[in-house]
Ligand binder design. Structure first.
Ligand code: G6P
Length: 614
């Protein structure tokens, strides 16, 4: 939700912090700030708006000093304003704090602190933290670490925090409970960050801080202890295995476009990684989920946003290839109802980041009922991966654009492989059949490549239709989730209202919206089942009401070419795998609509990439 960075070392902290914040800006960007030690004081600079504003302010009136902490914010408590931007200070200006998460009991704590004479400068929940630490020091805490532990012991909710003490200017503190935080280690320098991309190229090793831990970082290293007792924790750091290049734009205008174009490579990589023989899938990290897949009758999938659409496709794939019954659930709903897991021996979670609060809460709920968790995730050291019993890595590399693209198609590819693997494990698919399906799957990266090669045509179509207030997206069966995902992409980045609907349901409501102005994106690619004919009938219903049809059709489909105002052609694929290819065409459509509207595609308003709060 928010991004945190910290630096302790010999250098001026400002460029290091700004570079880290830039790479974390996907987490939130309504205000930003830095605090550092300079000339025996904590110097603070905060601005409202995107990071460029802070950069300009630092260019106009340079700051330097070390160590330092920084923050890019996505507002939860208190509107985006300079006063509410982080870092926040205690009364004396000797303690600075940046925070990601939500402190649920901040109102009670604030009232208590105000009663003791504290004056608050912001409306944030975070500001209680520096005041509480100051109070712990005044109350005689033995050292800064103990003061932090005592103060954090009073907080309810979730946090990742970095703390700077003027009176201990050779150290930084970092703590975590429920929000991600990593420590980066280099020779003579240590870093704090919400996510690995922020320290790529700077630190060769990282430590993933666990919930309930506090770290003290100095130039020479980091000492971790538990928040509860202060007992030392020893954990060997891991090597950073992502290349700095993976987090750059590599010549594309936007991260999103770069990530859309990475899809053939990512999909090919997954096939190379998981298809070990022409007819055999091997998923080495499934853990206890693997034997369960042989026997389960039911699986529940929990996920949010785009990952939820992947869950919907996953349900269809697993049910198509095997006898397992699958429910795809929105994690934000699942966690607050009374889910009945009695007949569900396995719960699956899908998440790009592995840090989505609702997905994690659903996983914890299922774990509390003794259910093993199989996660499909893109981030190796994420909380989800660490809390799961088995994992299927999507290996898409860092996804920076807020709207998910390559992570989605990678999730679909993993789900297709999992579905085939499950059917094989259960004896419900022969080796020969698996070989046929895998051969079809092997053709998918090229099909995606072909869609990308036609992006100019997609751009022209987007230019024609982007200006209306609304658009309808229709699809059936495997491509009903595609319609939902296409509509989501469109509204996320182009701000054009878009509704995804099951094509067969159109007559029960949305058809009333159809007139000569409404763009209707119809996913109507050729299929082996009767779904194509049925969808074609729905497209004709739109035509009869003069809707402006944009059809997603299979190469050579002249029937659709006659009906639609515009046709985006994609190569033929098996129906079950068509959502991968079709999603890419709709990603491009949304991208160029947003570009035509002149919007900030990588950082759409009000959104955050990683939603680590409820
Ligand atoms: C946010 C992002 C979406 C993403 C969703 C779930 O809303 O903007 O792109 O699909 O969170 O995130 P996850 O990391 O769990 O896949």
């Amino acid at each position: 939700m928010c991004g945190i960075v910290g630096y302790v070392g010999k250098r001026n902290a400002v460029p290091v912090l700004m570079d880290g914040l830039r790479r974390l800006e996907y987490r939130g960007y309504d205000s930003a700030g830095v605090a550092l030690v300079r000339d025996g004081q904590i110097a603070l600079r905060k601005t409202v708006g995107k990071l460029d504003g802070l950069q300009e302010s630092l260019l106009a009136a340079p700051l330097s000093g070390t160590p330092g902490i920084g923050h890019t914010r996505w507002a939860t408590h208190g509107a985006p304003s300079e006063a509410n931007a982080h870092p926040h200070l205690d009364r004396s200006g000797r303690i600075a704090v940046v925070h990601n998460g939500i402190i649920e009991n901040y109102q009670a704590l604030r009232a208590e602190l105000e009663a003791k004479g504290c004056t608050f400068r912001s409306e944030t929940d975070t500001e209680v933290v520096p005041h509480l630490i100051a109070a712990a020091l005044e109350a005689g805490a033995a050292d800064f670490g103990e003061a932090a532990r005592r103060a954090l012991g009073r907080l309810r909710g979730s946090y990742a925090l970095a703390v700077l003490f003027l009176d201990e200017p050779d150290a930084l503190y970092a703590a975590r409970l429920g929000s991600p935080l990593i420590l980066g280690h280099a020779d003579g320098e240590q870093f704090i960050a919400s996510d690995v991309p922020a320290i790529l190229g700077r630190a060769a090793e990282v430590t993933y801080l666990e919930d309930g831990e506090l770290a003290r970082l100095t130039r020479t290293g980091a000492a971790v202890c538990t928040l509860e007792t202060g007992a030392p924790v020893s954990r060997a750091p891991s090597r950073v295995d992502l290349e700095a290049e993976a987090a750059s734009k590599a010549g594309f205008d936007k991260y999103m476009l770069k990530e859309i174009h990475e899809q053939p490579r990512v999909l090919r990589g997954l096939l190379q990684k998981y298809v070990v023989e022409p007819e055999t899938v091997a998923l080495p990290d499934l853990g206890p989920a693997e034997p369960l897949l042989k026997s389960v009758d039911r699986i529940t999938v929990v996920s949010c946003g785009t990952a939820f659409h992947a869950g919907m496709v996953g349900k269809l794939l697993i049910e198509h290839f095997s006898s397992v019954s699958v429910e795809a659930e929105l994690a934000s709903e699942f966690r607050y109802r009374a889910p009945k897991l009695a007949g569900v021996p396995l719960v699956m979670a899908i998440s790009q980041s592995g840090e989505t609060a609702d997905t994690l809460a659903s996983v914890r709920l299922a774990k509390a009922e003794g259910r093993p968790i199989l996660s499909i995730c893109n981030v190796a050291g994420s909380t989800l991966v660490r809390e799961s019993d088995g994992v299927l890595f999507t290996a898409a590399g860092p996804e920076i654009g807020v709207a998910s693209t390559k992570a989605y198609t990678a999730q679909l590819m993993c789900l297709a492989l999992l579905a085939i693997h499950t059917a094989r494990l259960r004896g419900e698919m022969s080796k020969e059949q698996a070989g046929v399906f895998l051969e079809e799957l092997q053709a998918i990266p090229n099909a995606v490549h072909y869609v990308l090669a036609r992006q100019e045509q997609v751009r022209r179509v987007a230019m024609k239709h982007h200006s209306g207030p609304s658009a309808l997206y229709l699809g059936r069966y495997f491509n009903y989730p595609t319609a939902l995902e296409g509509a989501l992409k469109n509204k996320e980045i182009s701000y054009q209202h878009a509704e995804g609907y099951a094509a067969g349901e159109m007559k029960h409501g949305p058809i009333a919206l159809v007139d000569e102005y409404l763009p209707v994106v119809c996913v109507c690619t050729k299929t082996e089942s009767e779904v194509y004919e049925k969808t074609l009938s729905n497209v004709k219903e739109v035509q009869a009401r003069n809707g402006r049809i944009i059809a997603l059709a299979t190469d050579g489909d002249s029937a659709l070419a006659d009906i639609a105002e515009d046709v985006l052609f994609v190569p033929p694929t098996l129906e079950a795998f068509s959502p991968i290819v079709n999603a890419v065409a709709l990603q491009l459509l949304a991208y160029y609509a947003a570009q035509a509207r002149g919007l900030d595609i990588d950082k759409p308003r009000n959104l955050a990439k990683s939603v680590t709060v409820e």
